[in-house]
Design a protein around this ligand. Structure first.
Ligand code: SF4
Ligand code: SF4
Length: 195
């Protein structure tokens, strides 16, 4: 058991977490491939991520951003924040009605130096895709399929639109705060799946 949140995934291992973000991501992918669901605890790092003064990033995230970050990790089925009373519960349930802009945690790219590895974190900040592609979902299924997850590959094939439908407009490239050249990646994904 360990916590899942941006503080653990993107800070020095000796301070808060174990291993690097890429290793932790590989573990989440392994869970998804094996059909093991992850229940996330400590999504706000005990509240530290909600307070700019306490956060190791020097900036605050919102509860909604932290919940979305956790839900976007491979294998994650549910997020279980600690609740001290009705006010906490109402703040957490605000996630249900939050807009895509409120759920967007792309600010993490500025806050967390390791996120500059140009790895897609499935955040969907680069949306909308003019061709209608679900960019984060396509990338998540591709990463999992590369690890031998046949179910993820099947999910990919069942999508309405595939990487092969990318028109190479470059909108996602210009929008990605994590430095991913997504249009090139779409070509790579299309080649992998043949669609
Ligand atoms: S390409 Fe960038 S903005 Fe788009 S989902 Fe991946 S990490 Fe997020
Ligand atoms: S380059 Fe492809 S995936 Fe990216 S926004 Fe344009 S059509 Fe969508």
């Amino acid at each position: 058991m360990f916590s899942l949140n941006p503080m653990y995934d993107y800070t020095d291992e000796s301070e808060y977490g174990r291993g690097e973000a890429s290793e932790r991501n590989a573990l989440y992918q392994e869970f998804e491939r094996a059909g093991v669901g992850i229940s996330v605890m400590k999504p706000f790092a005990g509240g530290q991520l909600l307070d700019a003064e306490q956060s190791p990033f020097g900036m605050a995230l919102t509860r909604v951003q932290c919940i979305q970050y956790a839900l976007d990790r491979p294998g994650v089925l549910t997020v279980l924040p600690g609740v001290r009373g009705m006010a906490d519960l109402e703040d957490i349930l605000a996630y249900v009605d939050a807009t895509p802009a409120e759920r967007d945690y792309a600010a993490l790219a500025e806050m967390a130096p390791q996120s500059r590895e140009a790895r897609c974190v499935y955040c969907n900040h680069c949306q909308p895709c003019p061709a209608g592609l679900k960019i984060g979902t396509i990338n998540k299924y591709y990463d999992l399929a590369c690890l031998g997850d046949e179910m993820a590959a099947e999910h990919y094939r069942n999508l309405e639109l595939h990487a092969g439908d990318c028109v190479g407009c470059g909108h996602c490239d210009s929008r990605c705060p994590f430095g991913v050249e997504q249009s090139a990646r779409m070509a790579q994904i299309a080649e992998y799946f043949g669609m």
